[in-house]
Design a protein around this ligand. Structure first.
Ligand code: PHB
Length: 572
């Protein structure tokens, strides 16, 4: 990663520069978290400035404040998502990559050039013996990858010079946290210069264990309709398609002999898909045509930042929040936007939008092409990689902690595991007498509120099949063991969006649960609050606990919408 040049242009927005410095410091921190004091030291900013920036970023949802520490939060991934939506490669080529991975039963990925590195924009992962698995947004040094030589073949002299300068400045490759350090004194490798010349002649690039022993990859370039294959600098392929395997299954030469034909066929289909999309572009009503609303993300505009300023006053740095609106203007069919288009989409004044674009361009997150602006993959540097590794359970945890602070009873998430629910995250209320449950605990699904939410969330045929298979035993005198009655209860849970179970798992115990749904409406987990029946009436539970529980589940769903837009989020 290259640091931005030291001197920002005079019209740059200072608070936006400082806000990005805070996001970058957190992105580089272990666990994407620092205390505010550590942030002061890492950025060189004044404490009062860090406080105001952190409060503003917390309001946008990009950062979570916990007492004195700040952590990046999943909604920040919307910045990288805006780039992915704008380039449309995951949307147009992802399904073809997935099909190739299925056919070959090997991992397949798509990577774009990013300065002197490669950046993954899609992953169809079939990892078996590999210890390493890359995620969307991960940045790799060009010289240690299969796609790198394909992109380097089109580098200008200036780009080669900047690659050499980066290698000299960062001999240990600290700028690439996704890859293990380069082995010093390892086997001699052909230089990137030589591999780039070969790649241009051969039309493919090979990674023979450049990243880790055993890992091999073969890549071919995918050209857009505007590129000139074999053309000089500036007509680089839009992306590279790689197949990744292991030396236990293929030799490097075998990979090329056996898999190159299939890789080339998929590449041809991808180039057709890009040509079709370009031809459809501009036809009114065509998917992704100009004017089509960008998908996903909350519709935040200048009106939202003004309202936040009014509410929060001096604690809210409006110019920072406004600048961070800019990426959301881009999206499917909106890859290259004029200043006016950005101003219109964000609801910002032209002068405000222009200064924000200038600032983001200086930072490397936007590039100008004539009078149009585009997002760059450098946006992934803002927390995307660490956030994309969060499981749903890890995402839920801070929200469970907030929930427990509000309701003073323990809260959890669980998923279905056969006929059981399995706890995936939990925040316990500080009580002497509390139900003994921890992550990994299992209970029969039919007798628990979370189980009923999860069963009710299954597609109808699956729900019926599961229900028919369950062995229903009375765990207390109150457990519902009648299959028809349970089916009715599940219908009610599906209709109400919540389940309450009292005394059925254990006498004296009540649990209220709601579903956590993904962007497609699928129930991915259940969230509950459990309490002693002596502490609260059923009415009090519904009036006081349920709204707080639903709000916590909504917050997890918002995180999941951002994190799950382009990548799979593991349940736990
Ligand atoms: C990957 O998709 O994980 C991948 C691709 C190309 C490489 C190495 C890994 O050279």
């Amino acid at each position: 990663m290259q640091e931005p040049p030291a001197e920002p242009p005079v019209e740059a927005v200072g608070p936006l520069l400082r806000g990005v410095a805070v996001l970058r410091a957190l992105s580089a921190a272990p666990e994407r978290q620092l205390t505010l004091g550590e942030l002061v030291r890492a950025t060189g900013l004044a404490r009062s400035t860090v406080d105001r920036i952190a409060a503003t970023l917390a309001r946008t949802g990009y950062l979570r404040l916990d007492g004195r520490s700040a952590a990046l939060a999943p909604p920040l991934m919307e910045l990288g998502n805006a780039y992915l939506a704008a380039i449309r490669l995951p949307e147009l080529l992802g399904p073809l990559a997935d099909r190739l991975a299925d056919t070959l039963d090997e991992s397949v990925s798509l990577a774009v050039p990013d300065r002197d590195g490669i950046r993954f924009v899609h992953q169809a992962t079939r990892r078996r013996s590999l210890s390493l698995s890359f995620r969307i947004g991960d940045l790799l040094p060009a010289e240690r990858t299969a796609p790198g030589p394909l992109f380097a073949a089109r580098w200008s002299e200036a780009e080669w010079a900047s690659w050499r300068a980066r290698r000299a400045a960062d001999p240990e490759r600290r700028g690439f946290p996704a890859v293990p350090p380069e082995r010093v004194g390892g086997p001699a490798r052909p230089a990137l210069e030589e591999r780039a010349v070969r790649a241009a002649e051969d039309g493919w690039g090979l990674d023979d264990q450049l990243i880790e022993p055993g890992l091999i990859a073969l890549a071919v370039p995918v050209h857009g309709p505007g590129d000139v294959p074999g053309g000089g600098p500036g007509s680089a392929p839009v992306c590279a398609l790689s197949v990744v395997s292991h030396t236990s299954r293929h030799s490097a030469a075998g990979l090329r002999e056996e898999l190159l034909p299939a890789l080339a066929r998929t590449r041809d289909a991808m180039e057709d898909a890009l040509r079709d999309a370009a031809a459809a572009h501009g036809r009114p009503g065509a998917p992704g045509a100009p004017g089509t609303a960008a998908a996903g993300g909350p519709a935040r505009t200048g009106a939202w930042t003004s309202a936040s300023k009014e509410e929060l006053g001096a604690g809210f740095v409006e110019s920072l929040a406004r600048g961070l609106l800019v990426p959301s203007a881009f999206g499917a069919g909106r890859a290259a936007l004029s200043l006016s288009a950005v101003a219109e989409a964000t609801g910002l004044a032209r002068a405000t939008a222009r200064r924000a674009l200038t600032t983001l361009q200086h930072l490397g997150y936007v590039e100008a092409e004539g009078r149009a602006f585009r997002l760059t993959p450098a946006l992934f540097d803002l927390g995307y990689a660490p956030l994309s590794r969060l499981t749903l359970a890890a995402m839920a945890e801070p929200h469970l902690v907030d929930l427990v602070a509000r309701v003073h009873d323990s809260a959890s998430t669980a998923v279905l595991d056969g006929a059981d629910i399995r706890y995936t995250a939990r925040a316990a209320a500080a009580r002497i007498m509390t139900v003994r449950i921890s992550v990994g605990t299992r209970f029969p699904a039919y007798a628990t509120a979370m189980g009923r939410v999860l069963l009710a969330g299954l597609p109808p045929e699956q729900r019926e099949r599961r229900l028919a298979e369950l062995t229903l035993r009375p765990l207390t005198p109150h457990t519902v063991t009648d299959r028809a009655r349970l089916a009715e209860l599940l219908d009610a849970v599906a209709a109400d969006g919540r389940a309450v179970v009292t005394d059925e798992l254990e006498q004296g115990l009540r649990s209220v649960a709601v579903p956590v749904r993904d962007r497609d409406g699928r129930v991915r987990a259940a969230m509950n609050v459990s309490m002693h029946t002596a502490g609260r009436t059923l009415d009090a539970c519904l009036a006081d606990v349920l709204p707080a529980l639903r709000a916590a589940a909504d917050a997890v769903e918002a995180d999941l919408r951002a994190a799950g837009r382009f990548a799979a989020v593991a349940p736990s």
